[in-house]
Design a protein around this ligand. Structure first.
Ligand code: PA5
Length: 442
């Protein structure tokens, strides 16, 4: 089981910038647990994802092995989870294994044209993922790819899988009309909480990971996160601490700092979850994606001596599954010979702890999540821990952690300019504001 170390948020350890036991007593933690247990929002359905049947996913994954490439088209919650799975569990995947994985989560024409240069569509299985089936970016890329298949005489029935709502939406209609292969996303599971649905599990299975491992990890951590009281509940402790550090000290930037390259994309997955779930009604927390040791040479200065706004979440790792002893060379150079007798894994672990201690000594709060190794089981635990903790944090702030009203305006203005029916007034508005923008420029 992953372990949460929280000493470095306590005033007993870090001094005046830390929390006391009394601070925690001021929270209604029972209420938060109750909201989770009783599923006071339908969208808490994501908690039950570990119980899903995976046979359909596994069957579809088998088809992928007949292809050289797997192209995933999606955005936000429909792409960040799959990408973090590939990076964590099969790093440098495309240099080592087939099918090669390409994730296209933008509408940058240059990226798409590069992908088309690199892959033969005939030998590519395309997974279009959109829960709503109406996201402009995904719809646009889907239509371009569909047309390309048509031009090349490739059958979408063979080369395409659609992952979408089981009943509703444009993509479901296309699945039905054209008899395409498809996987369902539970309508109650919101995009950024859907990594452990077919959205992420198909990719996991395709890169050679048994998706049950992820689900087992998620299930094991869930037991702790929904059944236990505060001091034995890592999700509740995490969300309570972060909420209190904001309320008491205005520490509202959450730095995700795993000490392994394999969790770099996990950091980005976390950032979407945290930002889109919590940033509303003038409240919330700003996530910052990071990786150790790299960002010690980039961001650490600001965390240590800059604005007093950061809470760092370290992810430490016990077993890197690889190591290098430092060679017995350059013995006459004191600036190098201190490394002799040590190893690379030892260095990264010591640097992680040194940074933790340095922050703590300077009264800067941090939490540390320790995992034995980066594998499907522990990645499943991390996904579910942070998903549940995010929902809990939303409850503390009194915001709905499952909607994203703030992204609608930009979408509507885009629809207006692109000529979508019903958005004509948005076109006028767009033009009006564009003129304003052009008023001052140099
Ligand atoms: O968390 C969310 O709901 C969003 O970030 C979505 O994942 C994103 O907008 C993509 O939506 P869809 O899967 O409907 O295309």
């Amino acid at each position: 089981m992953l372990k949460l170390f929280y000493s470095n948020i306590m005033n007993e350890i870090i001094g005046d910038n830390g929390l006391s036991l009394k601070d925690f007593e001021s929270l209604d933690t029972d209420k938060v647990i109750k909201m989770i247990k009783l599923k006071q929002y339908d969208e808490l359905a994501f908690i039950d994802l570990p119980q899903q049947q995976t046979s359909e996913i596994k069957e579809i994954a088998k088809i992928a092995y007949e292809f050289d490439n797997f192209l995933l088209i999606g955005i936000g919650g429909s792409a960040l989870g799959p990408r973090s799975i590939v990076e964590a569990l099969s790093p440098y995947h495309n240099l080592r294994k087939t099918p090669k994985v390409f994730i296209y989560d933008n509408v940058d024409p240059l990226t798409l044209s590069t992908i088309f240069e690199l892959i033969d569509l005939k030998k590519t299985l395309i997974n279009v993922i959109s829960k709503s089936g109406s996201t402009a970016e995904t719809a646009a890329s889907f239509m371009i790819v569909w047309q390309k298949l048509k031009e090349r005489g490739i059958s979408p029935q063979k080369n395409m899988i659609i992952t979408t709502d089981p009943k509703k939406g444009n993509l479901r209609k296309i699945v039905n009309d054209y008899n395409l292969k498809s996987l369902p996303i539970d309508p109650k599971v919101v995009g950024r909480y859907s990594v452990l649905s077919p959205v992420g599990l198909l990719t996991a299975q395709i890169i050679g990971v048994n998706c049950e491992e992820l689900l087992l990890g998620a299930e094991d951590i869930t037991q702790k996160c929904i059944l236990q009281k505060l001091w034995d509940n890592p999700a509740l402790l995490l969300s309570s601490a972060i909420y209190l550090l904001d309320k008491k000290f205005n520490r509202n930037v959450t730095v995700m700092l795993p000490y392994t390259d394999r969790l770099k994309s996990f950091s980005e997955w976390f950032c979407q979850l945290w930002a889109e779930s919590l940033g509303k009604q003038g409240k919330g927390l700003t996530p910052y994606p990071s990786v150790g040791t790299t960002d010690q040479h980039s961001q650490l200065q600001a965390w240590m001596e800059g604005l007093q706004q950061y809470v760092v979440i370290f992810i430490s790792l016990n077993d890197y599954k690889a190591d290098f002893q430092f060679p017995d060379i350059f013995n006459d150079i004191d600036g190098l010979n201190y490394l002799r007798g040590h190893s690379l894994a030892e260095l990264i672990k010591i640097e992680q702890e040194a940074t933790e201690i340095a922050l703590s000594k300077n009264g800067k709060p941090s939490l540390t999540i320790n995992i034995p190794s980066v594998d499907g089981y522990y990645l499943g635990q991390l996904f579910h821990l942070f998903s549940i903790a995010t929902a809990m944090t939303g409850f503390y702030y009194g915001v709905n952690p499952f909607n994203q009203p703030g992204v609608e305006e930009g979408k509507d203005l885009t629809y207006g300019m692109m000529g979508k029916k019903g958005y004509e007034n948005k076109k006028e508005e767009f033009t009006h504001y564009r003129e304003k923008k052009y008023k001052y420029s140099i």
